[in-house]
Write a protein that binds this ligand. Sequence first.
Ligand code: URA
Length: 242
Amino acid sequence: MAPGNAPTQTVGPGFKSQAEKPQATVSVQVPFDNVRILPQSPQLIALLSMIRSKDTERADFIFYSNRIIRLLVEEGLNHLPVMEHTVTTPIGSTYNGLMFQGKICGVSIMRAGEAMEQGLRDCCRSVRIGKILIQRDEETAQPKLFYDKLPEDIAERWVLLLDPMFATGGSAIMAVEVLKSRGVPEDHILFLNLIASPEGVKNFATKFPKLKVVTAFIDEGLDDKNYIVPGLGDFGDRFYTI
Ligand code: URA
């Protein structure tokens, strides 16, 4: 989609008539079964509006980003396998419930992905977290793996791959190649991100059809410097430094 052509929608609860409800830009939709976009709720759009604004200061940027990260992690966990788990309650009744099946770990794409680690730790006690550093090779201009530290038994785990901004998809594609080379099956990887570009999503979803992407929002496109439009600028700078 060309920048400037974002879909808009009336948003808000039922006490306002359709005509009174505010209009907001909502996520671009894409035709890939393996891409899950968070429901475009008033809450999510209000949170995204905070982190997108250039006037939002760092402390607020961190707070509101963390709120969205929490929503993403919560949704991501719904895509992990579960098995039956029946428990007895204190009054002697049984409840036919569920429990997660299998081990998980997080893998953050440094540095911005590290901002999502706490949100994962808040939901999954003692979760193992690995890291991957990918940067542009100055000579070839291609993404290059500079560093990785991954759990030794990663091939037996479900992996939540973390990177808040999904622009061209170059780093995420390389990160998935690294995980696959360590024995992680493609369908055991969930990629969580806040804002994606349609180009990045298309690249990724066609290359890795078995992997699931969970994103809060797909934006309109990329500018000539590969920033997401309208985006929020440089996530790492806004979360860690400015
Ligand atoms: N990374 C960011 O932090 N922002 C973008 O817009 C694209 C990549």
